[in-house]
Design a protein around this ligand. Structure first.
Ligand code: SF4
Ligand code: SF4
Ligand code: SF4
Length: 575
């Protein structure tokens, strides 16, 4: 129902289902928020009204009202930025800062911190009226790939709500009471990093591999090679003011060379290799009556979730390692031998959109002959900071090209970045093998943007029932459908992060309120790269074909199993 209101003296007619904050944003009026968060890319709305920085004056009300939780009413007269409002907001932020280390000079979140930006905007000075001793020590604690610093926490609970409501896990929670309240890690964290992405301060950060990588690059004895994941090339530009979705592949390559990497390769090469092994496994399970549905296995957040939350389903995922791990195993074996490099001197680094990859590299099941295959995994955020430390600016760098042969790939590898991409890539190759051509159009039943989608696709004369899900709460729903017998799928793709790796926990955080827009732009970016590749089906990769001819023999061979496949256990290291 429409209501007549005035906001800052301007008459408006708006629906009663809207809050004052909704109306203000609709009309381009800025009201600051800290605890409130609406992420339209995954339907997350967090409205605890606890920080109170969104307070506004409503005529006739004695107390200021939180705009995020106050719905408009007929005749409301609202002032969003009066002197009284500004002073009260400043007091609130000063109170928060009185229990904050205010260590912006050394905080890695500096420049990207919502609390820092807000205190600058409100003109908070260093004469903090309420300053006193901190309730928590300014110290970082590591759990898995995540670092938490309780002294920087403003108890907005965005992280706990996201982990619970979107990931369906609840791995972190507020413990203790009053001044001693702290966000603590519990168990069953899957390292997806989504809590970091919603944290407004530096209280949750990723564990950093970059300092060790930089040290390795100065060692003349090491042979440093790097692989770049499909999802990083359309988001790195954002760290340098470029539009989301801009393809900066060539500039990333140049930056990595300037940093001193001996070879710059592409994880896309091994994404194609993954499809060769995975499509082979799918065809085998379909033809030999193997266990169905087969579920993709390239997302370590998902795999960790399955191991810890649904251990009775460990016979469903493909045994394929992720592209990151396949790449490293091939680099340390075939590539090292072919080019006369001592694998012991090799340092293999990955550039990933993902925090969970930092833990994947340490999984015992990914070792070959007792040797960890990937040495370090850095995220997009780490890489952007590293580029800046090296005095470089992605915008100004010339275009480079990947080294051969582990830098060659098809368009099918590029779409690994988005939800549904691994499925589509596998179906393309299975279609070629069984029918002589790829089924190019998959008609997803509920539109490509939703968290769970189903389709039927004809491959090898058989109607395959397929499903994709992203976000772990959605994954859990799919698992329940299988467990209850409600659905009989043949093939499922699951990604831990809503929307897939384009929205990974190591990606740049989208500008406030531009989440869906940013995801869409990144998605269009990878889709365009796919469309413009001369080869778009993994089995057409000449580099991968050569690898089989020279070394792996055929998909599913003994050597392929040793190097490219893995196993799962409910006893894997929890975090
Ligand atoms: S990393 Fe993921 S699972 Fe772990 S606490 Fe954060 S959101 Fe939850
Ligand atoms: S850790 Fe970050 S997101 Fe979580 S409650 Fe503290 S400030 Fe909020
Ligand atoms: S969806 Fe991608 S970024 Fe997210 S945890 Fe999985 S592999 Fe990592």
């Amino acid at each position: 129902m429409l209501k007549n209101i005035t906001m800052n003296g301007i008459h408006m007619q708006e629906d009663s289902s809207l809050t004052i904050l909704d109306v203000a944003r609709k009309h381009g009026i800025d009201i600051p928020t800290l605890c409130f968060l609406k992420k339209d890319d995954c339907n997350f709305v967090h409205r605890p009204a606890s920080c109170r920085v969104c307070i506004v004056e409503v005529k006739g009300r004695r107390n200021l009202s939180p705009a995020c939780a106050t719905y408009i009413e007929e005749g409301m007269e609202i002032l969003t930025n009066s002197y009284k409002v500004r002073q009260e907001r400043k007091n609130i932020v000063e109170l928060l800062l009185s229990n904050h280390p205010n260590a912006c000079l050394t905080c890695r979140k500096s420049g990207d911190c919502e609390l820092q930006a807000l205190s600058a905007k409100l003109g908070v000075s260093n004469n903090l009226e309420f300053a006193g001793p901190l309730s928590q020590e300014n110290k970082e604690y590591r759990f898995g790939a995540i670092l938490r610093n309780p002294s920087k926490c403003i108890l907005c609970n965005r992280c706990t709500a996201f982990c619970e409501e979107i990931q369906g896990i609840g791995a972190i929670s507020a413990t203790q009471r009053g001044f001693a309240t702290v966000i603590s890690e519990g168990h069953k964290c899957v390292n997806c990093g989504q809590c970091i992405q919603v944290c407004p301060t530096g209280a949750l950060m990723q564990y950093e591999d970059a300092p060790d990588i930089e040290k390795e690059l100065t060692d003349p004895e090491t042979f440093c090679i790097v692989q770049t994941a499909p999802a990083v090339r359309v988001s790195i530009g954002e760290g340098f003011g470029m539009e989301p979705g801009t393809d900066v592949t060539g500039k990333i390559i140049t930056a990595l060379r300037y940093m001193g990497f001996d070879r710059v390769f592409d994880t896309n090469f091994s994404a194609d290799l993954t499809i060769m092994e995975e499509a082979h496994e799918l065809v085998d399970r379909l033809q030999a009556g193997g266990k169905l549905p087969m579920i993709t296995s390239c997302c370590p957040g998902w795999i960790k979730y399955l191991e810890t939350h649904h251990p009775d389903m460990l016979d469903l995922p493909s045994s394929c390692k992720s592209p990151q791990e396949m790449f490293s195993s091939i680099a340390r074996s075939w590539y090292a031998e072919k080019y006369g490099i001592d694998p012991k001197k090799m340092v293999v680094v990955s550039l990933m959109p993902c925090t969970a990859k930092k833990k994947e590299i340490t999984r015992e099941q990914n070792q070959v002959d007792g040797v960890q295959q990937t040495d370090y995994s850095m995220t997009v955020k780490e890489f952007i900071a590293m580029v800046k430390r090296y005095g470089l600016d992605i915008r100004n760098l010339p275009e480079g090209t990947f080294d051969s042969p582990l830098g060659e790939s098809t368009g099918a590898a590029d779409i690994f970045a988005q939800t549904g991409g691994v499925m589509e890539a596998a179906i393309r190759t299975a279609g070629v093998w069984l029918d002589g051509d790829a089924p190019w159009n998959i008609n997803w039943e509920s539109g490509y943007e939703d968290g769970i989608k189903e389709a039927t696709v004809k491959v090898g004369g058989k109607e395959l029932s397929i499903c994709i899900a992203s976000g772990l709460k959605n994954a859990s729903k799919v698992i329940e459908r299988i467990r209850s017998g409600e659905k009989q799928y043949h093939f499922i793709e699951i990604m831990a992060c809503p929307g897939g790796c384009l929205n990974g926990g190591g990606q740049p955080v989208a500008k406030y309120g531009k989440y869906a827009e940013t995801m869409l732009a990144r998605r269009k970016g990878v889709q365009s790269i796919d469309r413009n590749k001369s080869a778009r089906i993994s089995c057409d990769s000449s580099a991968v074909q050569k690898l089989y001819e020279e070394f792996l023999v055929e998909p599913g061979s003994e050597i392929a199993h040793k190097l490219l496949h893995t196993s799962y256990s409910d006893e894997s290291d929890i975090i």
